[in-house]
Write a protein that binds this ligand. Structure first.
Ligand code: ADP
Ligand code: MG
Length: 705
């Protein structure tokens, strides 16, 4: 690694960013485009041709041959269709490279095979991708060559959202409008826009690619479906923040470079709690760009891993018994004049605007906690939420001592007169400087924690798009802001009215605040007493999207129509059932074709050996071999039975009509049947000769990367 890397030269090299726009666009076009990007002004389509031409020149100079509308269908990953810039050759037979404004603004992928949840029947297969100029175009470099990727929204012929970006952009608009009303109430006349900022922390596992390829469960399901625990797990806590191994180090080095080129400001990297688990966090940016960047990050993680003979696992729970992976969604609201609405300052008790914003957020989360929970629902996350390694499936808010104390004062006496201070951190060592402490310690067990000047939503799973929680956050907070502004704008005595409102909101929604240990059983019981929902599995969470409360919320702010919500519900039920179906079929395959035959071979070998020993030496003790044979045969018997049962249940569920009932059946019948098949198989793994075992063990996978 002797090459000197100059980050400033690399950063954003593959992005059609501000610097590139300035260089390649005529001044007036640049200004118009900037106005749309920065102020949210409507895009002037007359400039499209000029922008397209400039983008093409820029891209071709950097080796691009193709362009692609890059979008985020409801599969949760990104989709792209590549077109080359080549158009019909000229009269001399030379290729002409073209890219028109029309091609930039609108694409029409034949999109009938993307999930639409009934919004688009196959006979009306039209779907449009539309340029989102607020997220910069970028160049993707891979084995195919260099492709100009244009971030786009994806909608049906009738304008219904078929993707994750469209509702996100709508929700950003909603919270922008309502947050501005709040700022105006406090006399801010300069801010033109309030934008949600997002910094997603991404966890992932790395395993050796050769070993990965030997496990069908990892290939088909992205997680292990069998596997006995190795002698050592994560109990020594020696991996978290541990020294990064050479092989992983060189992976991270290349990963950073690739991300920086794409303008993703990869900032922190460290080993996580579980062996072979790592984390990456970028510097926060506008929600829409952050979501796109996170998708690019997940793609890049996978791609770079392969170059290093590794495979990156983004699944929420690749290994049973070992910590899974999440994605913390750090979120705040920042106005274009630089004010972070979530910044309490040094004396939060005097910061009335902050207190109102905070009170509104508490109200939003209290009323719509079920939707936040839903935004983190996927089959993989079912293994994490509430399993002592991630927050429970109960949404609550952690505020910390300082804010809790201010709220206490307000609710008890009606007046907040002081804020707790952090004080000084003294180590007793003269050579170490005394540090000024934060006023509040951290709480790692809360699903929604205030961390200084932002909230951190910790429920999301590692493989999920960050779009969903941000759509929910933006919209529910927009609603709380709207209701506050509606009332306060009419108030005769603003100071009095806002004071009363803050007190009222805190009093009414205090039950959502919980500063204790979120992993404890005591909290589960306490939350129940408080009436907070505890939605334990993904399947049960899905219907929260179509409650009257949710439909009213999303329709009021034009984020989703009822039809769009219903379609999403359908897509999610189907995705759940399909995921479990694949897992079950993979287990049947591995059990039937790999584990059982190997166990039979082992049993036969044992039987033969018992016979041989007895023949050679009738008085020899064969009790060990006999016990092993008995144990192997007994587990084999259980496996065979569990296999037949899983087969039967899976077939029955697969034949059901897709939708809620089918998803529920997969959850309540197939998942337990999978567990019943796994148990004897994992026992066999502990008994059968390692030389015979058909695939790498947990130990091989997570300790020998
Ligand atoms: P920690 O969670 O340990 O405090 P950091 O402070 O590094 O870690 O932040 C984690 C993530 O939160 C990073 O992606 C960071 O950029 C992001 N972040 C920091 N401040 C904000 C903010 N005001 N709004 C949104 N995200 C933020
Ligand atoms: Mg964090």
């Amino acid at each position: 690694m002797s090459d000197v890397i100059n980050v400033t030269d690399i950063f954003g090299k593959n992005v059609f960013n501000d610097a590139a726009m300035r260089e390649y666009l005529p001044k007036n076009v640049y200004r118009k485009l900037k106005k749309t990007i920065e102020d949210g002004a409507e895009l002037d389509s007359s400039i499209a041709d000029v922008v397209a031409h400039a983008m093409k020149e820029w891209a071709i100079e950097r080796g691009a041959t193709h362009y692609s509308h890059w979008f985020q269908p409801l599969t949760g990953i990104t989709a792209e269709k590549h077109d080359s810039f080549i158009s019909a050759p000229d009269s001399n037979g030379r290729a002409i490279m073209e890219f028109s404004g029309k091609e930039l603004i609108k694409g029409e992928p034949d999109a009938s095979s993307f999930p639409s949840g009934g919004l688009r029947a196959t006979f009306e297969a039209r779907g449009y991708t539309m340029w989102d100029c607020t997220s910069p175009a970028f160049l993707k470099e891979d084995a195919i060559g260099v492709t100009l990727c244009i971030p786009t929204a994806f909608c049906s012929y009738k304008g219904e959202a078929l993707d994750k970006k469209t509702p996100l952009l709508r929700s950003m608009q909603a919270v922008d409008e309502q947050a501005l009303r709040i700022l105006r109430l406090f006399g801010n006349t300069t801010a033109k826009r309030v934008v949600p900022s997002v910094g997603p922390e991404q966890e992932y596992f790395l395993v050796d690619r050769e070993k990965y390829l030997q496990r069908k469960d990892l290939i088909y399901a992205g997680r292990t479906l069998f596997g006995a625990m190795p002698p050592k797990g994560q109990e020594m806590d020696d991996h978290y923040f541990g020294t990064i191994r050479e092989r992983i180090g060189s992976f991270m080095h290349e990963l950073n470079i690739e991300l920086w080129k794409l303008g993703v400001s990869a900032k922190t990297q460290h080993n996580e709690v579980a062996p072979a688990q790592h984390e990456l966090a970028p510097i926060y940016t506008e929600a829409n760009v952050a979501v796109d960047h996170n998708q690019m990050t997940m793609e890049t993680l996978k791609k770079v891993a392969e170059r290093h003979g590794l495979t990156c696992l983004l699944h929420e729970k690749p290994f049973k018994g070992v910590n899974g992976s999440g994605k913390h969604d750090n979120w705040s609201l920042i106005a274009d004049d630089g004010i972070n609405l979530l910044n309490p300052g040094d004396t939060p008790h005097e910061n009335v605007q902050f207190l109102l914003v905070l009170a509104c957020i508490l109200k939003a989360v209290d009323i719509h906690g079920d939707l936040l929970r839903e935004s983190a629902a996927n089959p993989g996350n079912d293994h994490r939420l509430g399993a002592q390694e991630a927050p429970p499936a109960i949404v609550s808010v952690f505020l910390g001592e300082q804010l809790e104390d201010v709220i206490d004062q307000l609710c008890s006496t009606g007046e907040a007169t002081h804020s707790l201070k952090g004080g000084t951190l003294r180590t007793g060592i003269k050579t170490l400087p005394d540090l000024y402490k934060d006023a509040t310690d951290r709480n790692r067990t809360s699903p929604f924690a205030f961390t200084g000047n932002k909230f951190e939503f910790r429920m999301l799973g590692s493989s999920d798009s960050v779009a969903s929680p941000n759509i929910v956050l933006n919209t529910i907070v927009a609603e709380a802001f709207k209701e506050a502004a509606d009332e306060l704008e009419k108030a005769e005595d603003f100071d009095m009215a806002v004071h009363d409102m803050i007190k009222k909101l805190f009093t009414e929604h205090r039950r959502i605040i919980f500063n204790g240990n979120g992993y404890s059983q005591a909290w589960v019981e306490e939350a129940e007493r408080r009436g907070l929902p505890n939605i334990k599995c993904a399947v049960d969470a899905i219907e929260t999207l179509v409650t009257d409360k949710a439909v009213k919320l999303f329709e009021t702010f034009h984020v989703f129509t009822r039809a769009e919500l219903e379609s999403r519900v359908e897509v999610e039920y189907e995705a759940y059932a399909k995921t479990i179906n694949i897992e079950a079929k993979t287990m049947l395959d591995m059990a039937g074709k790999q584990i059982i035959p190997v166990a039979v071979r082992y049993a036969t070998r044992l039987a033969q050996s018992i016979k041989d020993v007895r023949e050679a030496c009738p008085e020899a003790d064969v009790s060990a071999q006999t016990e092993l044979l008995l144990e192997t045969s007994s587990q084999l018997g259980k496996m065979k039975k569990a296999l037949a049962e899983l087969q039967e249940i899976t077939d029955r569920c697969a034949a059901m009509e897709s939708g809620k009932n089918q998803a529920k059946a997969y959850y309540s019948q197939v998942v337990p049947a999978m567990d019943r098949l796994r148990e004897p198989a994992d026992r066999l793994e502990m008994v059968v000769d390692k030389e015979l075992w058909p695939f790498p063990s947990y130990g091989d996978l997570i300790f020998e990367v």
